[in-house]
Design a protein around this ligand. Sequence first.
Ligand SMILES: Cc1cc2nc3c(=O)[nH]c(=O)nc-3n(C[C@H](O)[C@H](O)[C@H](O)COP(=O)(O)OP(=O)(O)OC[C@H]3O[C@@H](n4cnc5c(N)ncnc54)[C@H](O)[C@@H]3O)c2cc1C
Length: 224
Amino acid sequence: MKAKLAGIASNAGMSEVFRLRGADVYQVLDVEHVPGVEVPPAQCPPCHIARLRQLSQRLAACSDLAGLLEHAVWDTPARSLGGYSANVKTLHGPGFALLGNAAEFLDPVFSSGVTIAMRSASMAAGLLHRQLGGAAVDWHSEFAVPLKRGVDCFRAYVEGWYDGSFQPVIFFAKANPNIRRMICSILAGYAWDLDNPYVAEPQRRLAVLSELCATSTINEKDVV
Ligand SMILES: Cc1cc2nc3c(=O)[nH]c(=O)nc-3n(C[C@H](O)[C@H](O)[C@H](O)COP(=O)(O)OP(=O)(O)OC[C@H]3O[C@@H](n4cnc5c(N)ncnc54)[C@H](O)[C@@H]3O)c2cc1C
């Protein structure tokens, strides 16, 4: 009982407020607002029970996963992610260049995060080396523009997944191996390879391909 109450207090962010004793169970009948200095609401960082409940409800709604996880043991605290994508006004300025998540974070599911972090770091390192060697470096045209090109390519596929336009392509039964290779190549991190037509015009190509896959039974080879 004592541990249960301590757990509830901790999950409600009240562990520093009340000293819970096993036998001390009170019913709150009334609350009076006392004028004076307002204490900011208690932060409730890991509401594990609420999140776990939310997670299991969502999983139960997925009929395929619910069966698979029927005997799962829920022994790991559930976490939640919210408002994780980010965008910045500029990727560089006097004395700084933004790399990886600091520059832009698209999504935690596709492997864009590590690719963009490594790519931006490697681009900036090369330019910095040149600059420190005395060469003139245009951070806009040599860093920001080419970096953004690959990020925007990734973005087209990531956003396509969340708006549902990428799924018909992924699950197209008669997938053309060449197109599949080109798209896999992007998702594997080659989002800066301009020889790949799906990199050069990601949004337009994906939109056309998605439309064809969703509505027709023709072979994709006609749309390369
Ligand atoms: C749940 C989740 C799953 C993910 N899965 C994938 C995946 O499968 N594939 C993929 O490619 N990407 C994935 N990502 C994204 C990927 O982890 C990030 O995009 C990537 O790690 C960004 O690298 P970074 O070096 O820019 O930033 P980070 O890896 O966040 O590194 C920043 C570092 O700076 C430190 N730091 C912060 N503030 C300070 C400070 N003031 N002083 C000193 N140090 C500081 C931090 O502690 C951290 O170590 C995932 C992200 C999440 C959240």
